[in-house]
Structure formats: structure tokens, C-alpha cells
Write a protein that binds this ligand. Structure first.
Ligand code: G6P
Length: 506
């Protein structure tokens, strides 16, 4: 694909978006908003823009659309600010934002008990089922007084906004925090005032067997909620297929049409599609060229010196399989001693969800695992593993420019955007080692070394191969990855969702 082709796709996308939103209003509903406010010491409000895919996708078209974003307040300042126009782009374009402010104990049950860990762990196949989860009275309370309540709050807020718009509205709901809201919303609205509902699920959807972990009432409520939307988007075809199978197994009176990707339930059709999410390739390239990134790159080059670099960049998250990554590195050093002293493993980790015990514990365990590798193989000249914990995106981009091997070995992952960011900015024809259970595998398989995430032995072999791969092959893989990523960037992700609404004449 040439630059011109990519340009053409972009233009077609922009035309579609402009046309689409000239006749419709947009509501986004997501746990996190596009901005977060904080009170500075002098009492003034300061804000930080969020970095998620949707914020990125919208920045390009925000000046053309009438949009409201509904989210849960993340800070006290969000809750005080409550509602208004928040700046979304550097050039001052704004989006209307409404923060919902549930009671702290309600939010706790919704976010820290049900969404993470119960649903997150289930959908990433992470429960150690003989021991966990234990769904006890506290979990049920978190469900009824947390998850259900917050989903109702969203449905009420969306209904109010839809009524405030005088034209047809597209509601884009995001992710596993809001599975119940669509049903509550439909039940609330009269047929002629109903908006088009599009729900995108960013995380994997496992098969029906795994959903048996949830009590029937919970899983049925989730499926009923999702079967109230018009278009249900997943990251991969397999996730969509698993959803259809889950409805067939667990939703009585649902009628599933596999060929058309459709579920009929309570006289309503839900169309199931896959829309693989991506990155803003151009914006990332601009950032990669910045002085700030160059400064961090020098620091990292100093740290790595003349050694090869194995890199991972992740949230400190159990589904990312960080410990097995260190074990694989250890196994590689054991079997291929020629790498000792000649390679550094750098793990750049962003702290995540530390109010959930499982996440706290995991951070401690992974630090210990890194320490063990250093204690076994390191000496005064060579520290095999370095873990950098903190939120610093420019530093991560700098590291991505200089890896020889990028390790993405997630146990399960909706997409994994690092697998797309890495090849886009890397300057060394670095190899990508990619878990077969990351959504990115559907698109990037042909340019990556694919591994099974529990197979530490194969991961160690893949690391060795990546470090010893002939230059010609590395170049070929790296350019294939760049090509695959550039043709389907974040604009295409949004566009494909809008196209499906147009095609289905919703
Ligand atoms: C995943 C989820 C998102 C979530 C993000 C960060 O990508 O799909 O919905 O926002 O992780 O997690 P957090 O809990 O910090 O919002």
C-alpha cells in the first residue's frame, strides 16, 4: 500500500464521518471521560486529556459534530465540575462532558469488585477456578448495589441527553463496565425516540463454557443488556463468534444466525461485527520525532549500551503475563549462554488498578521475578533485567524506537496496541514476538513470531530466534508489520463502525 492509498482511505473516511454526523448527534458512554480535572494548590482547576483510542479517533472530527461524552468522575474535581465543555484538542475544540458521580461505595462495587476483577479476569481466562472467584454475599451486593446502579445511572443520563438532541442520535457505549446500560436504556425510551446503539467491547470474549463461572442471573443480565444494542463490536472475528455461541448456550429464547452474525432477542436484532482497534499512526510518528522522545532515547541507549534490547511495555497487569516473560528470558540465558552479558531485558510498566488486591500482589510478584533473574545471572558488569515503573509515554515511545525484540506474550488481550505502536516507530527492524491470544494476532500474524503464552520454552526459543534472525528477514518482517498497521489505523476503526450503521440502515 502506498502513501497515496493510505491518503485515499483517510479521505473516504473523513467524507463518511462528516456526512454521517451532519445528520446525527453523538453520545459516548464510557467509564472514563476524555479529560480528568484536578484542583491545583491555588484552587484553580487543571485538566489532563485521556489517551484512549476513542479520544484519539474523535480529535480529528470533533469540530464537525454535536457530541456529549458521559463518564464516571475519576477525581473529586471531576465530580464538582460535573458538566460542561471540555477541551479535547490542542487547537481548542471542545466536547460536552457529563460526569456521573456515584457514591464511593457504589463505584467501589462496580469498578473494584465486578468490572475488575470479576469480569476482567473471566474475560481474560485468568481465574484459578478451583480457588477463585468466590461469589459470596459481598460480590452479590457489589453487583446489585454497584454494577447495576452505575449502569442505571448511565442509562438515565443517556436518555436525558438523547431527548435533549433534536435529531437522530448514535450512542457509542464502551466496554465491559456498561453491559447492562443498553437494556435499561431501551426499556426507558419509547420506540420512536430510541437512538441507535453501538457497543464496542475492547476486551476478549471467551466461549460459553467460561461464562459458566458467573451465576445464571448475572450472565443472563449481561447478555440481555448486550442484546439490546443494534451493533455489537468486538476486536476479532473469534470474539464475535464466541459471543454468538454464548447467547445460544446461555440466553433462553435468543435466536442466533451465525452466517449473518446476528442475534434475535425480544423482537430485536443485534448485529455482531469485528472492528479491530488501532493507533493514530501519524500522531505517533510526530511524537516519535520530538525532542522529548529524543532525550529519553539517549537515556535508554546509555542504559542498554552496546547490548541488544528485549523490550516490553505494558500496564502492570496480570493478563500481560509479565512473569512468564522473565521466566522465558531466564530460560533463554540458560539454554543459550552466548547471550549472557550481551542483552538487556527492559520492562516499562504503567501502574494499574492498585486498589484491586490481585493487581497489588502481581506487582510485588513480578518485581521479585525480575530480581531472581538478576540474582542468578547478573554481576557487577551486567544487570540482565531492568523494570521501570511509572506513567511516561514519551519514554516508552523512545524505548520502542530501539528494541531488537518486542515481547507481547499476553495470556489474553483484546487487541494490544503496543504490538502496533512498536513496529510503527522502531528503527532497528526489531522482531515482534506476539501471543496468539492477543487480538493483534488476527492482523499481524504474518510479520510476527507467534507464541502460545503459557509456553515459556517456546517463548525462550522465540527470543533467541529474534536476537539471531538474519538482517534480511528482520527487514522483511518489520516492513510487513508497518504496512499492515498503516492500512488500518484508528480512523479506519471508527469509520468501519459508522459504515456498518449506514449499511444496516439503522
Ligand atoms: C483496557 C480496557 C479499557 C480500560 C483500560 C485501562 O484497555 O479495555 O476499558 O479503560 O484497559 O484500564 P482502567 O481500569 O485504568 O480504565
Amino acid at each position: 500500500m502506498t502513501n497515496r492509498d493510505v491518503g485515499d482511505i483517510r479521505q473516504r473516511c473523513e467524507a463518511l464521518q462528516t456526512d454521517f454526523f451532519s445528520r446525527r448527534a453523538l453520545i459516548i458512554a464510557a467509564n472514563r471521560g476524555p479529560v480528568t480535572f484536578d484542583k491545583a494548590e491555588d484552587g484553580s482547576l487543571q485538566f489532563q486529556r485521556g489517551g484512549g483510542g476513542l479520544v484519539t479517533a474523535l480529535t480529528g472530527l470533533i469540530q464537525h459534530i454535536d457530541a456529549t461524552w458521559i463518564a464516571c468522575a475519576q477525581t473529586d474535581a471531576d465530580a464538582t465540575w460535573r458538566e460542561g465543555n471540555a477541551p479535547l484538542t490542542e487547537s481548542g475544540h471542545t466536547i460536552r462532558v457529563q460526569f456521573l458521580a456515584p457514591e464511593a461505595s457504589t463505584y467501589e462495587g462496580y469498578y473494584n469488585v465486578i468490572a475488575n476483577p470479576l469480569l476482567w479476569f473471566l474475560q481474560h481466562s485468568m481465574w484459578d477456578v478451583p480457588r477463585a472467584p468466590v461469589i459470596d454475599r459481598a460480590t452479590w451486593r457489589a453487583w446489585e448495589e454497584g454494577y447495576v446502579v452505575v449502569n442505571r445511572l448511565f442509562a438515565e443520563a443517556i436518555a436525558r441527553q438523547v431527548r435533549a438532541f433534536s435529531r437522530p442520535t448514535l450512542v457509542m457505549l464502551q466496554d465491559y463496565h456498561l453491559y447492562l446500560a443498553p437494556r435499561f436504556l431501551r426499556d426507558k425510551m419509547r420506540r420512536r425516540e430510541r437512538p441507535t446503539l453501538l457497543h464496542f467491547i475492547h476486551i476478549p470474549w471467551p466461549g460459553p463454557e467460561y461464562w459458566r463461572i458467573l451465576p445464571p442471573a448475572m450472565r443472563q443480565a449481561i447478555l440481555e443488556g448486550l442484546c439490546a444494542v443494534d451493533v455489537l463490536g468486538f476486536q476479532t472475528q473469534e470474539d464475535g463468534l464466541n459471543f454468538l455461541r454464548t447467547c445460544e448456550s446461555h440466553l433462553p429464547r435468543a435466536y442466533v444466525k451465525y452466517k449473518q452474525g446476528r442475534v434475535w432477542y425480544r423482537n430485536h436484532a443485534t448485529h455482531v461485527r469485528d472492528f479491530p482497534i488501532s493507533i493514530d499512526v501519524e500522531a505517533l510518528k510526530v511524537l516519535a520525532r520530538s525532542n522529548e522522545v529524543a532525550g529519553y532515547r539517549s537515556e535508554i541507549e546509555k542504559l542498554v549500551s552496546d547490548r541488544k534490547l528485549i523490550l516490553r511495555v505494558d500496564r502492570s497487569e496480570p493478563s500481560k503475563n509479565i512473569i512468564r516473560g522473565f521466566q522465558a528470558f531466564e530460560e533463554m540465558l540458560e539454554h543459550y549462554p552466548e547471550h549472557r552479558g550481551r542483552v538487556k531485558f527492559l520492562a516499562i510498566l504503567v501502574p494499574s488498578r492498585l486498589d484491586v488486591d490481585e493487581y497489588q500482589d502481581y506487582l510485588g510478584e513480578l518485581m521479585a521475578a525480575a530480581g531472581r533473574v538478576n540474582a542468578t545471572y547478573g554481576d557487577s558488569q551486567w544487570e540482565p533485567v531492568r523494570v521501570l515503573v511509572g506513567e511516561n509515554y514519551p519514554r516508552a515511545v523512545a524505548a520502542l524506537q530501539v528494541y531488537d525484540a518486542l515481547l507481547v506474550n499476553a495470556i489474553a488481550d483484546g487487541m494490544n496496541l503496543v504490538a502496533k505502536e512498536g513496529p510503527t516507530v522502531n528503527q532497528r527492524d526489531g522482531a515482534l514476538i506476539l501471543s496468539e491470544r492477543a487480538g493483534a494476532c488476527q492482523q499481524l500474524e504474518s510479520g510476527a513470531t507467534v507464541i502460545s503464552p503459557c509456553d515459556v520454552y517456546a517463548t525462550a526459543e522465540a527470543l533467541h530466534q529474534a536476537l539471531t534472525m538474519p538482517a534480511e528477514k528482520r527487514r522483511e518482517h518489520a516492513s510487513r508489520l508497518r504496512w499492515l498497521i498503516e492500512q488500518e489505523d484508528i480512523a479506519a476503526w471508527l469509520c468501519r463502525q459508522l459504515e456498518s450503521v449506514v449499511e444496516l440502515k439503522l
